[in-house]
Write a protein that binds this ligand. Structure first.
Ligand code: MG
Length: 386
């Protein structure tokens, strides 16, 4: 290989996407070099990662539970300013944003885009919240926003080489989650343990819960709107329980392109990191002769009202998606503590949306304020109810 390795910063290094990103780096050490890592509180895992990948700079919020020493090779940056410092470095090729929820990664993503750095975005809530503002910022500095989301990676792969004007619609597939065949009453009564049994994908608890409510798919509709610049009436969702077709693009001539693969997040991560190259994969390829069937079903918006709420928020625009992200962040956090039934979590989000007026999205501060309003409304209403 003649080109220098791509220099990568990972925000949220110890979570599901962060560790799988390091898996990709581990498989292709000649192609990638890790120059910065951040995490919230998993100090020992972060220290292991720093030592394994010889990382020169890192930061974390909470060192108190660490049993290992901070490595001498690594500069420890202050938290949270270190996230922005790493994201904006001028010697970085790709900033992987894999923080949880809608607020932690927001300013670092802004800093990366302002510096003209390529952002590989796993934290879809950030684009949902910042929408047009992040898009305009990226366009003004020439920064790219690349998706690390299996559906959007699939759409991207289907669109490469195509004229954007030839696209009729984007079709996002959804597994349907653990409650795909569950009746409405049983969904409402479900516990966190039941919501975390995703049939196909191994992911962190926040996104797995969002997949059970189909909120994740609603966020993905908004994410697709901003990534691919298509109106909402040309972005559709279809339930596909096998999670083999990762998404599809239909063109004006009626032709449909799909991207297929195993449900393994290392594929979209590697595609984003290596683009436009395609590197060998360490993970398994799809065994077509083992596929019995590929099913497609219309989503049920009555049993999964958060999908409808997200699509409504996307169409409403302004601060509505940011408020939705905040409400969902807070409701899922409380739900995952085991304090709520699934239906109570859903209701808390819907109530927050009904109670919070939407404003124009005139600045990134406004998006963060709207997120906070959603968080606070849910915390107030659930505290009052308990
Ligand atoms: Mg996805």
């Amino acid at each position: 290989m003649t080109t220098a390795p791509k220099r990568i910063v990972i925000l949220g290094a110890t979570g599901s996407i962060g560790t799988q990103t390091l898996d990709v780096v581990r498989t292709h050490p000649d192609h990638f070099e890790v120059v910065g890592l951040t995490c919230n509180a998993s100090a020992d895992l972060l220290i292991d990662q720093i030592n394994e990948f010889n990382v020169p700079a890192a930061c974390l919020s909470d060192m108190s539970r660490a049993t290992a020493e901070w490595p001498a090779i690594c500069e420890r940056l202050p938290y949270p300013e270190g996230l922005e410092q790493l994201a904006a470095r001028d010697d970085v090729d790709i900033v992987v944003v894999a923080t949880i929820g809608g607020d932690v990664g927001f300013r670092p993503t802004e800093a990366a885009l302002r510096a003209g750095n390529t952002v590989a975005l796993a934290s879809k809530e950030l684009l949902v919240m910042g929408g047009r503002l992040f898009r305009d910022l990226a366009d003004s500095t020439g920064a790219q926003i690349l998706p690390i989301d299996s559906e959007h990676s699939a759409l991207w792969q289907c669109l490469v080489g195509e004229d954007p004007g030839s696209v009729r619609r984007l079709i996002l597939t959804a597994s349907g989650g653990p409650f795909r065949e569950t009746d409405a009453a049983a969904i409402r009564d479900a516990t966190a343990e039941e919501a975390l049994k995703h049939p196909n994908w191994v992911m962190g608890p926040k996104i797995t819960t969002d997949s059970a409510s189909l909120m994740n798919k609603g966020f993905e509709v908004i994410e697709a709107h901003w990534l691919f610049d298509l109106p909402y009436d040309r972005i559709e969702v279809i339930i596909h329980p096998e999670s083999v077709v990762h998404s599809m693009v239909e063109f004006h001539d009626g032709s449909l392109k799909a991207q297929l693969g195993t449900p393994d997040m290392r594929h979209p991560i590697q595609y984003a990191l290596a683009y436009p190259e395609r590197l060998d994969a360490a993970h398994s390829s799809l065994a077509l002769d083992e596929l019995q069937q590929l099913r497609f079903e219309t989503p049920d918006l009555e049993r999964f009202p958060l999908l409808r709420a997200a699509m409504d928020a996307g169409r409403a625009g302004g601060t509505a998606p940011a408020t939705l992200c905040g409400a969902d962040d807070a409701a899922v956090e409380i739900f995952l503590r085991g304090d709520l039934r699934f239906g109570e979590m859903v209701d808390a989000v819907l109530d927050a949306m009904a109670a919070t007026p939407m404003r124009p999205l005139d600045s990134l501060d406004t998006a963060l304020d709207a997120h906070r309003e959603g968080v606070e409304h849910v915390r107030r209403s659930l505290t009052a109810a308990s």
